[in-house]
Design a protein around this ligand. Sequence first.
Ligand code: G4P
Length: 540
Amino acid sequence: MSTELQTQLQTELEIAVEHRRNFAIISHPDAGKTTLTEKLLLYGGAIHEAGAVKARRDQRKATSDWMEMEKQRGISITSTVLQFGYQGFQVNLLDTPGHQDFSEDTYRTLAAADNAVMLIDAAKGLEPQTRKLFEVCKLRELPIFTFVNKLDRPGREPLELLDEIEQELGLQTYAVNWPIGTGDRFKGVFDRHQQKVHLFERTAHGSREATDTVMDLHDPRLKQILDKELFDQLHSDLELLDGVASELDLEAIHAGYMTPVFFGSAMTNFGVELFLHYFLEYALKPGNRNSNVGSIDPSYPEFSGFVFKLQANMDPKHRDRVAFIRVCTGKFEKDMTVSHARTGKTVRLSRPQKLFAQDRESIEEAYPGDVIGLNNPGVFAIGDTIYTGMKKLEYEGIPCFSPELFAFLRNPNPSKFKQFQKGVKELQEEGAVQIMYSADEAKRDPILAAVGQLQFEVVQFRMKNEYGVETTLEPLGYSVARWVLNGWDALDKVGRLFNTLVIKDLWNRPVLLFKNEWNVNQLIEDHPSLKLSSIAPITI
Ligand code: G4P
């Protein structure tokens, strides 16, 4: 490439990165993730009337036949990436599967995200799934933006919610806006940055953008619009807040120590646009990633990316597999040829796709922070790096997260031995489930280790449908896993362990299974020499 072209590419990349923001939403089921996603798309102009995402979801429920199970349970196993433009930004929303379909994919998606939005139901505060996902965000040092939802319904006190976040998650909070009234009397929000009051009007289910009247806090009309009680309450809340709260600190936000908090109601659209505006202002742009050759800047001119998720049989018509790649550096172009770090082979990237819900749209190019779907059956495994250029590039792997459900997978039919082995190997490579083995050599059956029950069902279903093997499951009564970081020697030294099952992962690393956290703490107390981790050590 000539120097002139190289400079041109460099500039193009810098502009693309500057204008890209990528995030995932972490929440507990029912907090309003689907509703908020839809409203963000509405404000981003990607849809013109809210209801489209839900309608798609419902339509999918009705028509999808890729998996009988999906139909029976009325859930969607497909995760998607939504892209929309807003105020000159290209926004990528990585959808994290939640609900009953909670699985390791939910965690892995966070490995591809640069920011996280923590969505909380104002009446419920922090809930279990949110806490778990928060831990993953913390590990990745992702900036976390909090949206407290459903202010149009009776909920907990805003200050109490801030306090819960600070105490339980150890995050400093900064309320970017503040609710004016709650429940039936929720009138709008006060933007603390601009020092402006935003009053909204409700529309039916918020299908269109809410009318937003912006006013100065000292505008005499405000006193009449809000009754005296609300008006006085707002003033005293703001005084209190200014007195106790920390200042907005962008560095602390980017380092994941401070969370900007927004109050609103996704359903009625109150506060959604303000949230989007400030989120884009404060969020991190696509940044550097760790690799075998150090930290790599997104404007590095060669293309590179890594696989964070594989989706089998997404399209009932094709029964194919899509690898989701997070673009990390350079520019992706359709039909480009790349090197595959794990195997050293070259691969032509044909049929690249951008994904919007269930529809697939072919893409011509993509930039750092984008996600592309590639259809190269059998080539990719979770964590694989692809790159162009002479220098071998391999990104830090995606860690295995602590599974919570364990079961022996058995093949009762010896004539199906080969298919069984093949199925287990491929499903593991695809990341459908973690595979471990007993430390007792006599027990050869693989142990499935999952974070969600659905993963077991998917494995059994696919073993039967794709590999022709009817399997049986024997659940193990353990629910917590810890990797022993200082290895087998350290474990041998402490001798026999009680209430603990010793197993090994695919890399022959020792893993301990416990019935509960209490047993873990007991073991730590009894054997402080063991270094335990709930996340597998990363290998490059
Ligand atoms: P999820 O994806 O996080 O599971 O949540 P989802 O958006 O599906 O929302 C869960 C329920 O909460 C839905 O009600 C939704 O309408 C409601 N909801 C979401 N945001 C708000 C909000 O700001 N205020 C209020 N009051 N409700 C909200 P549903 O009855 O299950 O479904 P639907 O019949 O309303 O579609």
